[in-house]
Design a protein. Sequence first.
Length: 138
Amino acid sequence: MFDYTNVGAFILSIAIFGCLFTTYPLLNKFLKSMIYNLFWSKEEVSPKVEFIFNILFTAIPLMFALFYNNIGTILSYVGAITGFALIYVFPVAVHLKRMRLSIETPLLAEAIDLNEYEVEKSTDRSPQIAIKDRFLAR
């Protein structure tokens, strides 16, 4: 694509390599943690499953890079789908979740809005949200 003696292209290639080298592990960790929480929220993930996910999350982008040279098409589709989700889907989902909470437990919803709650942690169950006593006294 560029001449091998072009210094600017070489520096740009090194910068892109550094960017990918530092961001890909972070994205990989984020994606794995989301999938683990989705499917294995109650139990530990076995090393075998973790190894399979590591191979899949490395092999799939590598196959796209090796066999599909026009990466712009993939980026345009992924960007369009992600933009749609960020603009239209996620705000509505968050609003509906807040409305559900305010309909089912209005006192808890008001306490969360006013930051009048505490998180009680225990070793045998998941953390529980408790309303502070001074908020209940009102």
